[in-house]
Design a protein around this ligand. Structure first.
Ligand SMILES: Cc1ncc(COP(=O)(O)O)c(C=O)c1O
Length: 443
């Protein structure tokens, strides 16, 4: 039967973002805390919260019960009607979102929420273009993939540019595209954004991940985010904050922009909003944007907008973050995780840089520490070759630890309830698998 589950899946479902050949999905049967049991009874530590989304781990009773109760009471209503849970979640969001975000649109994925944000920015400003950054991911459908500054966009650009988006370089100090050093660089990567906006026609908004996620957990240097906000205000361009991954205490705060006191015009989030128990996403906008639509058409919607079951999960998750005072665990265990990962930097020559914040870390691999040459680049992924990060993630899984490996980075982001003992187990396995990349490193 178990083999059958894998073979039926393999025959009839697509494995995402990959060539289908070689895909052997792991058959997961149960989740408990930070662990997933597979069909053979093996316990696997989830060291990346799957896709950086299962923030509260796998056995949160409060969310499970809230979902069951909502399904039993009222599973669905048309978006034009309201329910108690809509008002409750709206009130909670007003309490926890960065100041100034007043009006909400709910959808079911980070992608949908970004699509809504882009459309809202265009409708509000009457301008067509979005400014995004390389080394970013914002979603898989036409508007959101066009704004994604990485290889997954390349696959839709076979026939021309994906959308009305211009790209700036990311604040990636380890491999600075300008070959400069912080702080003498004067944060050239943010100044160039000012230059681009002043020389392009019709930029509606800047979309950014405050801490870059899948593409390497890039934490901006001090001064970057503050200056980005200034540039947006000076040029009358909207700030679209993509917190699909960074929201809900992943970085230690409700939302990552709080680290720098930035107040976005639009904030997008999903994943940890329900701890991934039910699909739900949010696009939150400022009062000024909300008011624009009082007398202008809000030209957007979905059948599942503000789905009551998703909202019930969100309400329970927000209450759980508070009840557990999850920020305290992120602060303590996150600091420990960072320290243990930095030990790996000393022990393995294929570790170029360890960086992160809160419970959100990456190991950026290097073939050569002197030149900082990566093992794998986007072109390898585009060609369908197995990248070094994916190879190491596969090795870790054999040893009972699930890890997200993307192109040249391992993303380490355990559920926010993880303990020091969970961290030790994950780091010990990393210590073993990094020998594979060490063997292929020089210097
Ligand atoms: C920053 C960011 N934005 C948008 C998305 C798209 O979200 P989803 O996969 O839920 O559509 C992701 C997904 O990982 C993300 O990390």
């Amino acid at each position: 039967m178990q083999d059958d589950v894998v073979s039926v899946t393999r025959a009839h479902l697509f494995g995402t973002w990959r060539k289908q050949r070689g895909w052997t999905p792991l058959n997961a049967v149960k989740g408990e805390g930070c662990y997933v049991l597979d069909a053979s009874g093996r316990s696997i530590l989830d060291f990346s919260s799957m896709l950086v989304c299962v923030n509260l781990g796998y056995s949160n009773r409060a969310i499970a019960e809230a979902v069951a109760s909502q399904i039993g009471t009222l599973p669905y209503v048309i978006p034009s009607m309201t329910t108690v849970v809509k008002a409750e979640v709206a009130r909670l969001l007003k309490e926890v979102l960065p100041e100034g975000l007043e009006k909400f649109f709910f959808s079911t994925s980070g992608t949908d929420a970004v699509e809504a944000a882009i459309k809202i920015a265009r409708l509000k400003t009457g301008r067509p273009k979005i400014l995004s950054r390389y080394f970013s991911y914002h979603g898989s459908t036409s508007g959101s993939i066009a704004a994604s500054g990485e290889v997954r966009r390349w696959f839709v650009e076979h026939f021309g540019k994906a959308g009305d988006v211009v790209f700036a370089p990311p604040p990636y100090c380890y491999r600075c595209p300008f070959k400069l050093k912080y702080p003498e660089c004067g944060i050239a990567c943010v100044e160039v954004i000012d230059h681009i906006i002043k020389n392009e026609f019709g930029i509606a908004g800047i979309i950014f991940e405050p801490v870059v996620g899948t593409n390497g957990v890039i934490v901006p240097p001090e001064g970057y985010m503050e200056r980005l906000q200034e540039i947006a205000r000076e040029n009358d361009v909207l700030l679209i904050d993509d917190e699909v991954m960074t929201g809900w205490f992943r970085t230690g705060k409700w939302f990552a922009v709080e680290h720098w006191g930035v107040k976005p015009d639009i904030l997008v989030t999903a994943k940890g909003l329900t701890s991934a128990y039910v699909p739900l996403a949010l696009t939150a906008v400022s009062r000024e944007i909300a008011e624009h639509f009082e007398d202008n058409f809000f030209a957007h919607g979905h059948t599942y907008e503000a789905h009551p079951v998703g909202l019930a999960a969100a309400k329970a998750a927000i209450q759980e973050y508070r009840r557990l005072r999850i920020w305290e665990n992120v602060e303590r265990v996150g600091r420990y995780l960072g320290r243990r990962l930095r030990e790996l930097e000393e022990r393995h020559r294929s570790v170029g840089e360890v960086r992160g914040i809160g419970m959100f870390w990456a190991i950026d691999l290097t073939r050569d520490r002197n030149t900082r040459e990566p093992f794998s680049v986007y072109a390898d992924k585009y060609a369908g070759n197995s990248t070094m990060a994916e190879r190491l993630a596969a090795e870790a899984l054999k040893r009972g630890v699930y890890l997200l490996g993307y192109v040249n980075n391992l993303v380490i982001a355990p559920p926010l309830i993880a303990t020091e003992a969970d961290v030790d187990r994950g780091v010990d396995v990393l210590d073993e698998v990094l020998r594979v990349s060490d063997q292929e490193a020089r210097g």
